[in-house]
Design a protein around this ligand. Structure first.
Ligand code: FES
Length: 184
């Protein structure tokens, strides 16, 4: 019978094992770096989707008379889902008002009660929701306390850029709540 002898100096076995373990951990860590970079590229469209609700140009200032009467405009935006990009798709609509002194107001057209589109009634000088008769003043406040809407019309951030383009930070908010809760 042949006996195999361990001819390595005492302690070498454990040291060798530790070296191999450390080498293994080092290689694993090095392998994670390209994996992380690859995932970042792969998931990039998802990250861009999260930021897709930035301000968009809606119209030119010239299209808004300075009389405070609201005018309705569609909102077009570029949307990116996981791996596709859609340019200039309709994402909603807004009412824009231009007041004297150059001040602008923007409202989402969606009624905060249950999501119908409100109309502007020029004769009455206010907004009316045709679904359950919520009424709003021209500046978006609830006009009649018996209105079922739990809050005023949803105002939006609006500004003039590029020497005359009206940009709106378009958002949708959850219907049926007293607070404005943005829809993700
Ligand atoms: S959805 Fe507007 S009043 Fe109900």
């Amino acid at each position: 019978m042949i006996e195999l002898k361990d001819e390595s100096p005492p302690g070498n076995g454990r040291r060798g094992f530790l070296k191999r373990l450390l080498a293994g951990i080092f290689s694993a860590v090095l392998g994670l770096v390209p994996l992380g970079a690859g995932l970042t590229v792969l998931l990039d469209p998802l990250r861009r989707k999260a930021g897709s609700d930035d301000a968009v140009p809606v119209t030119s200032l010239d299209a808004l008379p300075e009389d405070g009467v609201p005018h309705k405009f569609p909102v077009l935006a570029t949307r990116t889902d996981a791996w596709n990009k859609f340019t200039q798709v309709p994402v909603g609509a807004v009412y824009l008002r231009r007041l004297s002194g150059g001040k602008l107001q923007a409202f989402n057209v969606v009624c905060p009660h249950a999501g119908c589109f409100v109309d502007f009634d020029a004769e009455k000088g206010g907004f009316l929701c045709p679904c359950h008769n919520s009424t709003f003043t021209v500046d978006g406040k609830i006009a009649d306390r018996s209105s079922p809407s739990p809050r005023a019309l949803d105002s939006l951030e609006v500004e003039v850029r590029d020497g005359g383009q009206v940009w709106v930070k378009f958002r949708n908010f959850r219907a049926g709540h007293a607070e404005k809760i943005p829809v993700a």
